[in-house]
Design a protein around this ligand. Sequence first.
Ligand SMILES: [Zn+2]
Length: 293
Amino acid sequence: MNQEELNHKLNSTGKGCFVRYFGLFEDFGLSNSEVAKMISNENNYSPQSCLTRVSNARSIINSGCSKRALEIVLKSNASSKTRKRATQLIESLFISEDNDHGIHKKPYHAVFKMPTVSKISSRTSSITNAFINAVVPVIYPDEGEIRQALNILEIKPENVTCSYCGDKATEWDHLRALVKDQRPTGYISEIRNLVPACGKCNQSKGNKPWKEWMTGEAKLSPASRRIPRLQERIIKLEKYEQWGNVKRIDIGALAGNDLWEKHWENWALILDYMKDAQHLAEIIRHKIDQSST
Ligand SMILES: [Zn+2]
C-alpha cells in the first residue's frame, strides 16, 4: 500500500478510532458488521460510517501496514492520549524476549520460516544418486567384520554412536562417497566403506570428502556445530580408512559399454523431462498468482 492510499484509509477510519479499536479490528474472529455495531454503540457514527471505518482499518492491517499507520498517528496532531496508545500498540507489534542483556524486541517475522519451495529440477541430484545406488554392488558384512569395525572406531555395540559427531547413530554412511561429478566414484556399499552416522551428519556430508567436510563450515558439519574432540574422531576415522584399504572398481567397464550408455541415456531423459515439468509448473504457478491477486 503506498503512502497516499494508507493516509486515505487511515483518515477515513479516523486516527483516534483506528487506535482505540485496534484490538477489535485485529480480531478476525469478529465479522465487519459485528465490529461496526460495537463501535456504533459507543459513538454517534452512523452504521454506514462504522462499516466503512472497519473495512478501511482492516485493509490497513491485512496489508501489513499497521506499524506504518501507527507511526503516522504518532507524528500527527492527534490527542496525546491517542498518540500514547499508538506507542503502546507499536510496542505490541514486536515480541519481547527476556535475555541476559535485558528485554530484547524482535519482529514477528523472526519466528516464521516459510518451507523451502523446491523446484522439480532441483531434485536432479537425488535422481543421479539413485541411478548410481541402483547399480553399485552391496556386500553384507559378517559378524567378525562388524565387531572389528566398531572396535577400530572405539564404539560400544550396545550404544552405537555417530563416528563424526558422537550423537546416537541411526544409519551407516559411506565414508568415501559413491558419487562424484554425477558419476560413480567406484566405491561400493561394503562395511569397510561404511561408518555409523547420525541423520544430521549424513545429510550434511552428502558426497563431500569426509575430512574436509568434518573440519569445514558446511551447514551442520561437526566443525560448524562445535563438536568436541574433533581431532580424536578424525584419527579414528583415518585408522578405519587404513583398515578398509578399499579399492575402486570400474562399474562402467564391468557393465559393458552398451548397457552403461543406455543407463546414462535413461538418466539424461529423466533429467530433460524434469526440466520440462519444472517449466510447465512455473507457468501454472504464474497463472495462479495472477488470478489470486
Ligand atoms: Zn553425527
